[in-house]
Structures are given as structure tokens and as C-alpha cells.
Design a protein around this ligand. Structure first.
Ligand SMILES: *Cc1c(COP(=O)(O)O)cnc(C)c1O
Length: 461
């Protein structure tokens, strides 16, 4: 399988090149040149597979000519060995609700599903092709810890995570800084998340530094992350419908960077009988406004009780745009250019209708989110985390919906407590975090300072 850029400015690359590249060199995002199709007999057969068996089947065609079946069949169980559920992403019932629990990984949020896999994939590619990788990323919370847990202890990778000092939740900070492996470098910057992102961009734009130090990224633009997330849409469908291809289901997806829901879109394009994709946002509603009006325009970013969705411009949205524009990269480039110049663009009515055939979108307020946590708890005893509650709220009144549960409720204890008066009991991974030893550096939010720290740290190894 070969990979192309949404902006059309690169020669096709292989799967492993796409994984190592992250962002395409023309500024676009990488996509497979065709989407493998799955027929009904195959879907029915897949419905009987375990999560790890299914993952091999779903992912393999995307790696053709690069990673073989045996290699992948070895890689996947190792990627999910740290999940505390044998099913990896179990589907549970809470009253009439169907909830796909994606939070049984080491950091108790759905990002583990992709980042545990990506960490093992990086390792495999580095061992096979040679080289080292220095991952650098900025986080406002969930991504940092999930990325760290994905690569901790690996010999060929160092990871540097910048987070804004005093501005991530105590649990999220502890999840990062209690990791003691020598290849993990937590950097608390005296600045904001935006400062962190700016520094990461600056270092990636320093091409000499980038190539000398083999910088790599783990943000949600990496195709392998999307691919790993496609699997659980197939898994949930099989568990609900037992392989009956006449039955479609819908998915409600708490959305920020559009990565998770885009994986659902890919599953649908592969042939999974998906009825609707419910795009659930909090008050940061650029994407739900886009679905409902056709206008894509960023606004101010608000802080909410579902902080992992406090995003305006979604990095994966361009991938969907590419398909919406009939895989015409010149149109995608023009729209993205317009976005840069004018801060907005609008799609024509015919395209809006196309969007509406697949997506339903709702923005949920904080009050509604708390209310949903309370109502679900009172009616079923099940505790939703605030992100999941946004998705459950958006799915109200719709039939045959699977709601994606993106975080364990104990991870966002304050918001849950406010809604129902109690906190969820923490999974083992979140216990005793406050007592563990910590390791981190405090540095100025300055690109030169961070670059200097990285060089000195790596030289001392
Ligand atoms: C990252 C995250 C989301 C948003 O997922 P996207 O792929 O960015 O749309 C939702 N919920 C939680 C808990 C997250 O960590």
C-alpha cells in the first residue's frame, strides 16, 4: 500500500515511511492511496474474532508490501498486553445504552489504544531498518502520558514531553512525571500549552536539528494512530450484530482533533454497515457548526470539564476534507490556504448534503454534560466521564447507537463528583499516583533552551 499527501505535493511513500514521517513534507496529511474494501462474508467472519485477531485482519491490508502477517500477528498482542480487559475494548450495557469502553489501557484514556500500538510499531521499524528516534511533543493532558507509556523503556527511542507547569490536572501531571524510565524526559515549561506547541513546531522547522537528532512526532496526525482506532468500530459492530450485515449501527464519538471519528469514517468506507457517525463536541464547537452550517471557522478556545476536547482547529479534519472534495488535493490545498488567509471557508450546499448523509453533530454545554452524568448514574448506576457524557448526550433519542467511552471516570474525578456527589473508584493504574516518586525538569518556554536541554541530555547518554 502506498501513501499520498492530502495536498498532493509528495511522491508516494510506503506505510513505514508514512509512520515515520508523521506530517507530509508538503504540510498535508498522509492517506492510503486506496481504502481496502471488506465484503459481507468477511464482515460476518470477522464478527467472531477476538480484538487482537480482528486487529490483524483490519490493519494488514494497509501495510501490504511492508509488514507481513506474522510480524503483525506478533506485534498486536504485545501492543495490548498492558490492557486490563481481555477484550481490550469491551462493549458493555448500561440500561439501554451501549458503551464501548476504550479506557482499559495504562493511562485510562482511549489514546492508549493507538499509542500502545504506535510505540511497539516504532520499535519494530527501528530494529528492522536501523536508526533511533527522539520523540518530542507538547501536551495539555492525555496525549503526553499515553505517548510516554507507549515508548517507556525502549532502547532506540527517547521521548521529550513539554507540558505547561501548573496547567494540567494533578492526575495527568502525575501520570507523566512518575514514570522513571531513563528514556522519558518530562519538561514542565513556564508557559502555556500554546507555548509548548510553538516550541515543538520551531524545533521541527529547524531542519538541521530535526535530521541530526531524528525528531519524530506522536500527535494525532500519525496515520498509524488512526488505523489502530479503526479496529474497534469493527469490533463493536460484531459484538452488537453478531455479523448480520443487514443491521447497521451508529456511533457517538466525543470529538476534539477529529482522529477518533475519522477512524469511524474509514471503517464505514471500508464497508462496515455504519448508519450515522454522531460528532459530539463540547462548547468548542467548530466541527459541529461545520456539519450543521457548512462554515468552517475557528473561534475562541474555552476551558471545559471535558478538557481533551478543548480544541478549535482539528488536525485530522483535513483528511476528511480530502474525501469530501473527491480526493482532489488541489481543492484541499485551496481550502486550507483560504483558512490560513481568511480564518474560515465554506463548502457549497451539495457538499453540505453529502456531509449530512453521514454525520449528525451536536455541541453539549457543561450543564448538560453534568446533567447527563447524573441522569445516567441515577437510571443505571453507570458512571460516565465528562467526555463520554458529551457523546451520550449527543446520541439522545437515537436508536442502535454505540457510545464511545473515551476516558475512565476516575480520571476526571472532580467533574464527576460535582455531578453525582461521589467519585468513581480508580483503576489500578490511577492508584497511589500521589505517593510515587517523580522525575521532571522545569525549563523556560524557549525553543533554544529546550533544544539545548535535548542536546545535553542525549549527549550524556
Ligand atoms: C483525545 C480525547 C478525545 C478526542 O479525540 P479526538 O481523536 O482528538 O477527536 C476525547 N476524549 C478523550 C478522553 C480524549 O483524551
Amino acid at each position: 500500500m502506498r501513501y499520498l499527501s492530502t495536498r498532493g505535493g509528495i511522491e508516494p511513500v510506503s506505510f513505514s515511511q508514512a509512520v515515520m514521517m508523521g506530517l507530509a513534507t508538503d504540510g498535508g496529511l498522509l492517506l492510503p492511496e486506496s481504502i481496502p474494501q471488506v465484503d459481507e462474508a468477511t464482515l460476518t467472519r470477522w464478527a467472531g474474532l477476538s480484538f487482537t485477531e480482528l486487529a490483524v485482519e483490519v490493519m494488514l491490508p494497509y501495510m501490504e508490501g511492508d509488514i507481513g502477517r506474522d510480524e503483525l500477528a506478533d506485534l498486536i498482542p504485545r501492543s495490548y498486553a498492558q490492557f486490563t480487559s481481555d477484550e481490550v475494548t469491551p462493549l458493555v450495557a448500561a440500561g439501554d445504552l451501549k458503551i464501548l469502553e476504550l479506557f482499559h489501557g495504562p493511562t485510562a484514556a482511549f489514546k492508549d489504544v493507538a499509542l500502545q500500538f504506535l510505540g511497539k510499531l516504532f520499535e519494530l521499524l527501528l530494529e528492522r531498518d536501523g536508526g533511533r528516534l527522539n520523540i518530542i511533543g507538547a501536551t495539555s493532558g492525555d496525549t503526553g502520558s499515553a505517548a510516554i507509556y507507549g515508548v517507556r523503556g525502549q532502547a532506540l527511542i527517547d521521548i521529550f514531553i513539554l507540558y505547561p507547569k501548573g496547567r494540567v490536572s494533578p492526575i495527568q501531571e502525575r501520570q507523566m512525571i512518575t514514570v522513571q524510565d531513563a528514556n522519558v524526559h518530562n519538561i514542565a515549561i513556564t508557559g502555556t500549552f500554546d507555548d509548548g506547541q510553538r516550541i515543538v513546531k520551531e524545533l521541527f522547522n529547524d531542519l538541521e536539528f530535526k535530521s541530526e537528532y531524528s525528531l519524530g512526532a506522536v500527535n494525532s496526525i500519525n496515520w498509524a494512530r488512526i488505523l489502530a482506532q479503526v479496529v474497534y468500530y469493527f469490533y463493536a459492530w460484531g459484538r452488537v450484530n453478531g455479523g448480520d450485515c443487514g443491521k447497521k449501527i451508529s456511533f457517538s464519538v466525543p470529538t476534539g482533533n477529529f482522529g477518533d471519528i475519522f477512524a469511524g469514517y474509514i471503517a464505514k468506507r471500508m464497508g462496515l454497515p455504519v448508519d450515522r457517525l454522531i460528532l459530539a463536541t463540547n462548547r468548542n464547537d467548530i466541527l459541529s457548526r461545520f456539519v450543521n452550517t457548512g462554515l468552517y471557522q475557528a473561534g475562541e478556545v474555552f476551558s471545559t470539564i471535558s478538557p481533551s476536547m478543548d480544541i478549535q482547529l482539528s488536525s485530522n479534519f483535513e483528511r476528511y476534507l480530502y474525501f469530501l472534495m473527491d480526493e482532489d488535493s488541489s481543492q484541499v490545498s485551496a481550502l486550507m490556504e483560504q483558512m490560513t488567509q481568511e480564518g474560515k471557508f465554506e463548502i457549497p450546499p451539495a457538499k453540505r448534503a453529502q456531509v449530512a448523509e453521514i454525520f449528525t453533530a451536536t455541541a453539549t454545554s457543561e450543564e448538560e454534560t453534568r446533567q447527563q452524568i447524573k441522569e445516567t448514574y441515577e437510571q443505571t448506576g453507570y458512571i460516565l466521564d465528562p467526555h463520554t457524557a458529551v457523546g451520550v448526550h449527543a446520541a439522545r433519542g437515537m436508536d442502535d447507537v454505540v457510545c464511545l467511552a473515551t476516558a475512565h471516570p476516575a480520571k476526571f474525578g472532580d467533574a464527576v463528583k460535582e455531578a453525582i456527589g461521589i467519585e468513581a473508584s480508580p483503576p489500578p493504574s490511577l492508584q497511589n499516583l500521589m505517593e510515587k516518586e517523580t522525575r521532571f525538569e522545569v525549563l523556560d518556554a524557549d525553543g533554544d533552551v529546550i533544544r539545548g536541554y535535548m542536546k545535553a541530555t542525549l549527549a550524556a547518554k
